[in-house]
Design a protein around this ligand. Structure first.
Ligand SMILES: Nc1ncnc2c1ncn2[C@@H]1O[C@H](COP(=O)(O)OP(=O)(O)O)[C@@H](O)[C@H]1O
Ligand code: SF4
Ligand code: SF4
Ligand SMILES: [Mg+2]
Length: 295
């Protein structure tokens, strides 16, 4: 099952989850929908939707153990480990630092003595919750990276797979900020991506970076400028228009800065549900219409 819509963009706090949850509520009125929160380091769609984290499943990766009775201290395992998780003491005894291990198995394959044993470790969890709104319901899948862990891609992948398995029709993914490899994993296979940006110099920089990635992945990109009105000088607006033109990405929505969005966030009810006639809700409504026509 392909991801049909990805909501992505710049730094944290730009409004990706606000856009993703409001669109999910609207699109779920017409289509069978799964929303996947793949911002595994700081997932918050469940908060915006006042939904619990239910049906927990662990995400495990391989963790090597060393059988010191077999180990000849040749050092080959440490040489092949590129994360710094396998270190040698002065007498070349190998030690593993679990937090740094990505579970790539390179050490396991390279050990000439078969002294490395495959174990497992939990690095995060995925959850599946049914979200009920006044106007319809949909499934929410959330990936959560365990505190202190550094390897996000396996958790993003596990949450993405769980969402795909559940999906009968549409999958919307809400990605984390930036352009790291786990964002590309979240975006892969999307038919359409909405790049959410703020009309600020930092917003411009991040917008260009994400549009470049979308271009490389061959994903159609639309732009939603959020918090329209904050610091939006003519210079910035002209630059967004230029960037949009350069990357063939249409500016589809300008969502004003509104205290009511913050209030909706605090209450855990998306604004399109709390106040359908609000001017911001109308903007989301029109964006959702356009999305439905494409996905
Ligand atoms: N148009 C807006 N006007 C005012 N506040 C907004 C707007 N869009 C988002 N916010 C607020 O900004 C914060 C971050 O939004 P969020 O959607 O979680 O961002 P992201 O997912 O990009 O990290 C939240 O408190 C949210 O209520
Ligand atoms: S599994 Fe990979 S990352 Fe982990 S210790 Fe072995 S080589 Fe290093
Ligand atoms: S590769 Fe195997 S034998 Fe060599 S140091 Fe590592 S665990 Fe020991
Ligand atoms: Mg978010």
């Amino acid at each position: 099952m392909r991801v049909k819509l990805a909501v992505t963009g710049g730094k944290g706090g730009t409004g990706k989850s606000t856009v993703a949850t409001n669109l999910a509520v609207l699109i779920a009125r017409e289509r069978k929908l799964v929303l996947a929160d793949l911002d595994v380091e700081a997932p918050n769609d469940h908060i915006l939707l006042r939904a619990g984290l239910e049906n927990e499943e662990p995400v495990k990766i391989m963790l090597p153990f060393i059988d010191y009775r077999k180990c000849t201290r040749c050092g080959a395992c440490a040489e092949v480990c590129d994360t710094g998780a396998l270190v040698l003491t002065r007498d070349k005894t190998p030690y593993i630092i679990p937090r740094l291990c990505s579970g790539c198995r390179a050490c396991y394959f390279v050990c000439p003595e078969k002294a490395i044993i495959e174990g497992q470790r939990i690095i995060g969890y995925t959850y599946h919750t049914r979200v009920s709104m006044k106007t319809g319901s949909f499934d929410l899948v959330t990936g959560v990276l365990r505190e202190g862990e550094e390897h996000t891609p396996p958790v993003v992948l596990a949450a993405r797979r769980r969402a795909s398995k559940l999906a009968e029709d549409v999958v919307i993914v809400d990605t984390s900020a930036g352009t790291a490899s786990h964002v590309a994993i979240a975006l892969e296979g999307a038919k359409l991506a909405i790049a959410v940006t703020e009309p600020t110099p930092l917003g411009l920089h991040d917008l260009e970076a994400i549009l470049r990635i979308l271009d490389e992945l061959g994903i159609e990109a639309w732009i939603a400028i959020n918090k329209w009105g904050i610091a939006s000088s003519e210079k910035i607006i002209n630059r967004i228009t230029e960037i949009a033109r350069d990357y063939h990405a249409e500016i589809k929505a300008k969502i004003p800065y509104s205290r009511d969005i913050v209030d909706a966030y605090v209450k855990g009810t998306p604004i399109v549900e709390a106040d359908p006639s609000h001017k911001v809700s109308m903007i989301f409504e029109s964006l959702a219409r356009e999305v439905i026509e494409v996905i």
